[in-house]
Design a protein around this ligand. Structure first.
Ligand code: HEC
Length: 376
């Protein structure tokens, strides 16, 4: 900068304007502006843009000195902008914002202000283009900043899978966590997966359960009883048995179908409670247990001489894996093995039962009121 100013003063004196030379120091800043403008005119020829790589010192700096320093030449200059300080190519890096503002003001023609002598248009354009290109080049050198990536937590599925893969624990601890939020339709976006205090608490208790399970194995479950009753009950009281019918019993009203979620792999007891009546002299009837559509076992139920089956049970024990399973209980061949008179298929080969013992018949105690009899 200093050299530029000196050069400019020299040129100025070459102009031979002695009266102005003597006045440079004491006169107002505005006057000195005019003096420098004069010298610029003289310099015009040497301001042609060459191929020189050092355009900054050869062209930009003298241009600013000529056109801007008059008003922006010190720290207390107008707009608090001291352009004289921006005297090295490095200043483009260090004071990027000021250079960008300068290029903008020059490009828009705002600076130098209207009413003051203006530089030739091609000089102004050339300086603006150089500064703009140089700022762009410096920007390109800076390592790109793709922005901040949110530290992402695992969503529930990821949590379960990670715990399973790392520790072999399969009880899906995240089932207990609050629902994950989703963003743009995805539930694995870090920005959408927040960490609430509730979730933090769940994490802590899950960590405890997971580590306990990983070390000591699955916690032993207490045996629990689940009871299912048929939603619909229908006793066939007809005296004639159909000859063709669903022999599995699965589609008959006597079957029970349920879906049950088993919490763990294990051996389970299945008990069928029987209600109803089967003609005395019938063959034993097989009660069948089905899991997921496959018959796993059938248990013969004996027919007592009274024919009353209510209160009897049939029981099996079977291994079942954890998860949802379809269970069914039915009587196999319901209408087979009945006494002859029912004319069903494959009638019973058992001898007819002895006539009922009159002592076994129900007799109310003598003198009982109707209410007491109902209660018996
Ligand atoms: C005749 C005096 C004068 C000349 C010559 C002059 N300026 Fe200015 N400049 C001003 C004044 C006055 C302001 C304050 C304007 C305002 O605040 O509205 C200003 C403001 C600016 C600003 C905005 C500063 C800020 O941060 O607010 C920039 C940039 C600027 N000038 C660049 C230049 C450049 C580049 C040159 C040379 C090409 C130049 N000026 C020449 C008088 C001048």
């Amino acid at each position: 900068m200093v050299s530029a100013v000196q050069e400019h003063n020299e040129v100025h004196s070459v102009s031979g304007n002695r009266a102005l030379t003597g006045a440079v120091i004491p006169i107002t800043r505005l006057m000195s502006f005019y003096v420098r403008l004069l010298s610029l005119t003289l310099l015009g020829g040497s301001l042609l843009w060459g191929q020189s790589s050092d355009r900054f010192t050869q062209a930009v700096l003298p241009f600013l000195a000529q056109n801007c320093y008059a008003c922006h030449g010190s720290d207390d200059a107008v707009g608090k902008l001291n352009i004289a300080r921006l005297d090295s190519p490095q200043s483009l890096q260090e004071h990027r914002a000021q250079w960008a503002a300068m290029a903008e003001k020059m490009a828009s023609g705002e600076m130098p202000p209207a009413g003051f002598p203006q530089p030739p248009a091609e000089q102004r354009t050339a300086v603006v283009e150089w500064v703009t290109a140089e700022l762009a080049r410096l920007d390109d050198l800076v390592a790109p900043n793709p922005g901040r990536v949110t530290a992402s937590r695992l969503n529930r599925a990821e949590y379960d899978n990670t715990v399973r893969d790392l520790l072999g624990v399969r009880f899906r601890p995240a089932d207990d966590f609050p629902q994950d939020d989703s963003g743009y339709g995805f539930d694995n976006i870090g920005d959408a997966l927040s960490l609430s205090p509730v979730l933090m608490e769940k994490y802590l208790s899950a960590a405890e359960a997971v580590s306990r399970t990983a070390i000591f194995g699955v916690k032993e479950l207490q045996p629990a009883l689940t009871r299912f009753d048929p939603a619909f009950m229908n006793f066939d009281e007809s005296q004639d048995a159909p000859f063709t019918y669903d022999e599995t019993g699965l589609s008959l009203p006597s079957a029970l179908h349920v879906s049950h979620r088993f919490l763990a792999d294990g051996d389970y007891d299945f008990t069928g409670l029987i209600r109803g009546f089967r003609p005395p002299g019938s063959e034993p009837i097989p009660m069948a247990f089905w899991i997921d559509g496959e018959m796993v076992e059938a248990v013969d139920v004996e027919i007592p001489s009274t024919g009353e089956l209510s209160g009897q049970i049939a029981m099996i024990r079977h291994h079942v894996t954890a998860g949802d399973h379809w269970l069914a209980v039915s009587f196999l061949k319901l209408y087979h093995g009945l006494p002859h008179e029912y004319s069903g298929p494959e009638p019973s080969k058992l001898p007819p039962p002895p006539p009922a013992d009159p002592d076994e018949l129900f007799r109310p105690p003598p003198g009982a009121t109707p209410e007491e009899i109902t209660e018996l």
